[in-house]
Design a protein around this ligand. Sequence first.
Ligand code: ADP
Ligand code: ZN
Ligand code: ZN
Length: 731
Amino acid sequence: MNEPLLTIAVPSPLHRSFDYLPPSATDAAALLPGVRVRVPFGARTTIGILLEVKAHSSIDPKRLKRALRILDPSPVLSADIIAMGCWASAYYQYPIGETLSAALPTLLRRGESAAEIDDSGWRLTTEGAHTDPDTLRRAPRQALVLRQLHLRPEGLRRAEIEATPEVLRTLREKGWIESCTLTSSDARVPAEREVGHVLNADQQAAVDAVRESLGEYAAFLLEGVTGSGKTEVYLHIIDTVIAQRRQALILVPEIGLTPQLVDRFRRRFGVPLALLHSGLNDRERLTAWRRAGSGEALIVIGTRSAIFTPLARPGVLVVDEEHDASLKQQDGLRYSARDLAVWRARQLAVPVVLGSATPSLESLYNVARTRYRLLLLPERTGSAGLPSYEILDLRRQPLEHGLSRGMLARIHSHLADGGQVLLFLNRRGYAPTLICHDCGWIAGCARCDARMTVHQAESQLRCHHCGSQRPIDACCPACGGADLRPLGQGTERVEQALAEHFPEVERLRIDRDTTRRKGQLASLLQQARAGHGRILLGTQMLAKGHHFPDVTLVGIINVDQGLFGIDFRASERMAQLIIQVAGRAGRRDRAGHVVIQTHHPDHPLLQTLVRQGYPAFARAALAEREAARLPPASHIALVRAEAMEATLPADFLEGVRQQIQELGAADVEVWGPVPAGMERRAGRWRAQLLLQSTQRGSLQRVLRGLVRQLEQDKAARKVRWSVDVDPADMF
Ligand code: ADP
Ligand code: ZN
Ligand code: ZN
């Protein structure tokens, strides 16, 4: 009689699963899909995930290898995660073994026991309990931890605390906190539980619509202007969900997972949370993952990859800032966490809520096609109205490090009135270019088709694409001249201009350079909110999700880059950014004012956006996309290739184009190959091929056939190639 066989997803570049004989002395029939199995693979052993136990294989059993060991008594990946993994693997053209492996926390991928979880936590000592966090103004990160622990006298698990290990160590050394063991999985009631706001009519209608759908699949787009109370809507929905002892999974953009948001959840709900944030080590991450999977944590909050978190009793999925590009993974399994959330919700038969003040055109298109239901919050809560806009024409104006007189005057007057000012510039460093005034030479990166950015404080030139750096040249390598000048503005330069103009005013600069160390961003944001820093200056880190209640003036220093981008999404991104930055202003009771500097004051996009708002802009942009048959009115995929040798990528892609033609799909158009937007990056030459179709199914069929062929193809081994389905980024 034949032995049963195990079909296993083994991490490898091959787009298939593998059959094995069960380990000796194993009752294979009793095995459940989702357990980890150690298997021999080539010359090594590795860990795969059991997909299926089969009675027969088409392969002669004598040719099959025997699996070595079953690692888990029960599945580590639930059936729904495996199903989603299989779907994602097929849809994004990524090998199933790698896909499921990516869904596992690192420790499980390495073969550690899934049963061990970390019950350690922290609680206040008596001395800590008597320390008022407000007295720690100079140590905002420590104050934050104390505040979190004040809400939970019995202690919090490590994974529930937003803090770096250093901050915890300092607090322990001060004798304010001590470690403890937390075993109870019962709901814990915070010392002072906050009650929610009474909802306004629009919020109530949104909450009711989702509540009525609990227990079944429904997709909602919650479109609410900034400050309209979207988070409050989530909180009310989640309240109902946890009252049914079901779980809520909330996905947030990369830098949206702020202590502020987490605090709000914690103050509101007396239930265990699991946070999947970047400050966790592997053990803590596994613990959070397990607590979600066991059902102990009723609220799970995380960034993109949290979509793969197992849930014992799912009740609702929420994707906050659904337009945000960080929800799309840019390498490996190039998935959209938003799209997977919708897929998973359907499969779990729960509602999914996508929220944004500036919804993606994809989601608006899905609303128009009645796939998603639209929930609108057109007004801000409280007394503050929406911000007013003003466009400052830069043409022929004198500029001081990028600031016009008009901008400087407005900053002056808002500061004089006691307001806080937020300036936005999506460029860090001192200047994006170093140019020789004698001959026009420009400092370029040796490894990329890109200019080096001047970082004055460190006297360095840095490439923001590959990370190369070198000292600023003393004289021009082309003509020997000594007159090298920084051209254009980055945040560092604008900060200098502000220091000259407003020497007595406290400033905070928030960009990647000032927030390199862990915890620095949280600390700066905390100071900004507390009103330190009358002028806030920063990149898009400042634009997302944060509330600065005292900001009355928002200045957008340069909007022009976004108006003329080559990516067809450039204008959508720019519009979203403008509205998001603008939304930081005027949240308490003062309406905010937004000033936009541009050399193109009559640009139709700007005009529509500023006069009629985002919905009008989005309608116009969507009509343009439909006319041009660009996504979301069609579906696209990019095949990218890169190599050290200049001609290889294009040659390889030319072959790919022919293969696609032989696969013969009349309704899939192929464009290219063309050099990538930045043809050389980090020393590699890059090219790409665009596939486009109005029929998703046809595109999928062609891609599947292509990937199968490339797997066997020798030429494909000379280049690095990848497939990006629904690319967020066209380069
Ligand atoms: P969004 O997520 O849309 O930016 P929030 O939910 O954070 O909006 O709400 C913005 C502010 O308004 C918050 O300070 C919140 O506490 C408050 N708020 C929300 N809903 C209400 C309401 N119904 N009544 C009064 N204040 C509210
Ligand atoms: Zn020169
Ligand atoms: Zn470079």
